[in-house]
Design a protein around this ligand. Structure first.
Ligand code: SF4
Length: 333
């Protein structure tokens, strides 16, 4: 049985602007199996949201253009579908929670109108049935049905995000793309929303691509993690691979730059330098201007993805030649 729900192969996405070409996503490969949650982690500008919008085929073109690769959902290459066919894929198979709950809702429609509208468009139901289902969906995300008659401005940030999640899950999609769904929320509401997403995922067996820059959130909700830098996935693995056996110098830098509860650290260690400019990417390894291990080879050649464990993949010359050498492990630690 094929467990692959989403398969991205060698995907390239560029933005063609008057100032030059922004190379946002550069040859990424990614697989999400049925029922799995994968965290897509990286700094702002790493290409995470562009990847998600590419999967939804919601990139504004121009300036955006998918220049190469395949995006397969249930084995079907969605880049070959017509716009009408793609409209049915959205919501039926894949749905997205956008970053900011404050702006994602229509301020002049009641909350239940907005959930019911999605159900009526994508399911073969009457208007009355769509409102009934919308009420049930609101209850599932912890909003009393009666509050559906209210407008978005009458809801708190956390409640608005629940409505967004209700809309995204209204047609029971196989794949949910969650773009920083908790970033705009305070910590207690964030915990509630994460808890609710976990329950809904278990209930509907939905696969999730969880986009975030927050490794703490990843640890709570994800099964596997893809670390993205300058439009490439530079390390991929299970939660244990990434958290307990971190390999890529960039991923190590990310962990060093967050405070640890069990260590008395006076000054955090940020990753020096700035994220690579996608309009003017460095030669060779895109991370070399910020990497303490950069060699002449790193400045000239692009490293390939190397498998260093069952599912652990890293894109770095330190691991290309002798994958299991002690020297390599010492570098990482
Ligand atoms: Fe650093 Fe070289 Fe590895 Fe890039 S390939 S992360 S520059 S050691």
């Amino acid at each position: 049985m094929n467990d692959k729900l989403l398969e991205i192969k060698d995907l390239d996405i560029n933005y063609y602007t008057s100032e030059g070409v922004v190379k946002a996503v550069n040859g990424i490969d990614l697989v999400i199996n049925k029922g799995e949650t994968i965290g897509l982690v990286g700094e702002t500008g790493a290409g995470k949201t562009t990847t998600a919008l590419g999967i939804m085929r919601l990139l504004q073109s121009p300036p955006a253009k998918i220049d190469g690769g395949q995006i397969l959902i249930d084995g079907q290459d969605i880049l070959k579908l017509s716009e009408d066919e793609m409209r049915m894929v959205r919501s039926d198979k894949v749905s997205m929670i956008f970053q900011d709950p404050m702006t994602a809702l229509n301020p002049v429609l009641t909350v239940i109108d907005q959930v019911a509208e999605v159900i009526e468009i994508h399911q073969d139901v009457t208007t009355e049935e769509s409102f009934e289902k919308a009420g049930e969906m609101l209850e599932k995300v912890g909003i009393p049905k009666e509050r559906g008659k209210e407008y978005p401005h009458q809801f708190s940030g956390g409640m608005k995000q629940r409505v967004i999640i209700a809309i995204a899950l209204a047609c029971n999609p196989h794949l949910l793309l969650a773009d920083e769904p908790t970033t705009a929320l305070d910590v207690t509401i964030q915990a509630q929303v994460l808890d609710m997403m976990r329950q809904l995922k278990a209930q509907f067996n939905t696969s999730v691509l969880f986009i975030t820059h927050d490794l703490g959130v990843v640890a709570e909700i994800c099964d596997k993690v893809a670390i993205m830098y300058a439009g490439e996935i530079i390390e991929f693995g299970t939660l244990e691979d990434i958290f307990e056996n971190t390999k890529h110098p960039y991923t190590i830098g990310l962990f060093n730059s967050i405070p640890k509860i069990d260590e008395d650290v006076k000054v955090l260690q940020p990753i020096e330098g700035n994220i690579a400019d996608p309009m003017n990417l460095p030669s060779g390894c895109r991370f070399h201007p910020r990497c303490n291990h950069a060699s002449k080879k790193c400045k000239e050649q692009l490293p390939k993805s190397t498998s260093i464990g069952d599912e652990h993949i890293v894109k770095c010359f330190l691991y290309e030649t002798n994958q299991k050498s002690q020297q390599v492990i010492n570098y990482a630690k």
